[in-house]
Design a protein. Structure first.
Length: 450
């Protein structure tokens, strides 16, 4: 009986196996392809760079610049994990248009510092030692050789237009040129525009002229590709006032609006000098009023222009996070030297977020380092506004200034300069600039009202 049962089981098993072999395989249903992200057809990019504010100070509970944190961000996208790439100011401006990491000198603004004269630097050419990976210039100094290109060079070569608008530039032609904005002291000499000039005196001499322009916030004067070709003189102007401004004139029609616009407020309106250096300037929370007023004035002019309404993108970012202490609005910020996205340090320093001058001036200040010890310019946050961005968008994706450059280049179909071409395997978004977390997965057009 047991033998018969075993034969029966084997026979049934064989029949089942044969049936499985004979039955044609049913093909699995194909997996739905993930929608391919495509950048929207943006053809006019406007960048405004503000100064020295950490994310918690700007977008935390105190909201010292409410028009930015509430009105503008509410009509666009807030990038909560956006980092600067270095300390102090200048290196970040250079990164935004060239993808270059800092030199020892650009880390300290290529500026004279009376408190630490041995660490002071003149506005001088870079002594090039070589060219590292991603076309990074290895050397010491401030002004890049003509072979180092900027996004302005790229745009011109591709048939697009660009312009820089610097508030107060040329107010006092003894400090800086009225076009381009090079320090009048010349290459190889100390930069005399480092600090705001306000009456009654400036650098030990009497003055009646207010000029709060700073060359260290105008990246175009640090590239021989723009200086030697005349492109800087042709394309970098003063911002002026709403009543008399080359920017306002350009915005009157789509045809006259540059494809790429870079705007730098003066040292008062960008939040660098808190409080402003003018006699009688307000302090405390009110110290941010000039910055808030500047944004209210110029953002509304930009977003109401026909070029922006059709295909514009406005980027409002900060050069770097705060370096020390408590902000005028009462938020303790400390020294934030953190970074993100496996930011490369470049060939000239191992710590983009910690400068020789910082080591002297903030000797006893604890420094915040980024994840995995990444050194950068600190967490700052950035706001983007565009008809192609859904109002109220919030992104927690890590980004930095290299991503901003890469996004601009991708929008105009350009190659990637410097570390804008650096790919960071841990983050999928590194294959592009700003992604679907900012622009969405489908292209939609939302009217912007500010």
């Amino acid at each position: 009986m047991t033998r018969l049962l075993n034969r029966f089981v084997r026979a049934c098993s064989l029949l089942v196996a044969c049936a499985l072999i004979a039955t044609p395989a049913i093909p699995a249903a194909p997996l739905a392809a993930a929608p391919l992200f495509v950048l929207p057809p943006i053809r006019h990019v406007f960048t405004i760079v503000l100064e020295n504010q950490s994310y918690n100070s700007t977008f935390g509970t105190s909201l010292p610049v409410p028009y930015l944190a509430q009105d503008i961000a509410g009509n666009g996208a807030l990038l909560q994990q956006y980092y600067a790439t270095s300390h102090v100011s200048l290196g970040n401006y250079l990164t935004l248009i060239s993808g270059q990491a800092v030199t020892r000198e650009t880390q300290d603004d290529c500026a004279f510092n009376a408190k630490f004269p041995k660490l002071s630097v003149n506005y001088s050419n870079i002594n090039v030692r070589g060219i590292a990976a991603f076309n990074q210039v290895a050397g010491s100094g401030c002004i890049y050789p003509a072979t180092t290109k900027t996004v302005a060079d790229q745009l011109t070569a591709a048939g697009f237009t660009w312009h820089g608008y610097m508030e107060d530039m040329g107010n006092d032609p003894t400090r800086e040129a009225a076009t381009c904005g090079q320090p009048s002291s010349g290459i190889g000499a100390p930069d005399i525009t480092t600090f705001a000039q306000v009456p009654p005196d400036y650098n030990g001499r009497p003055t009646t002229i207010t000029d709060q322009y700073a060359a260290k916030h105008n990246p175009f004067v640090y590239f021989h590709s723009l200086l030697d070709s005349g492109a800087c003189k042709k394309n970098v102007d003063t911002l002026g006032t709403p009543q008399k401004s080359p920017l306002v004139d350009a915005l009157r029609s789509i045809a006259t609006t540059p494809n790429y616009v870079f705007i730098t407020p003066n040292l008062c309106d960008d939040g660098h000098d808190l409080p402003c250096r003018s006699p009688g300037s307000v302090t405390g929370d009110q110290a941010y009023v000039p910055e808030n007023t500047f944004l209210k004035t110029w953002v509304s002019i930009i977003v109401r222009s026909p070029a922006f309404q059709r295909d514009g993108l406005l980027i409002i970012t900060f050069d770097e996070a705060s370096l020390s202490g408590t902000s005028p609005s009462g938020v303790y910020v400390g020294y934030d030297g953190s970074g993100c996205c496996n930011e490369p340090t470049g060939p000239n320093t191992k710590t983009p977020g910690y400068t020789p001058l910082s080591g002297a001036e903030y000797l006893n200040t604890p420094i915040t380092a980024g994840t995995s010890g990444i050194s950068g310019g600190g967490l700052i946050g950035t706001v983007l506004v565009s008809p192609f961005i859904k109002p109220g968008t919030v992104s927690a994706t890590p980004y930095n200034h290299y991503y901003t450059l890469r996004t601009v280049e991708d929008l105009f179909g350009l190659g990637h300069l410097g570390y804008a071409g650096y790919k960071n395997p841990p983050y999928l978004e590194d294959t592009t600039g700003f992604g679907a977390d900012v622009f969405g997965t489908t292209i939609e057009h939302h009217p912007v009202v500010l």
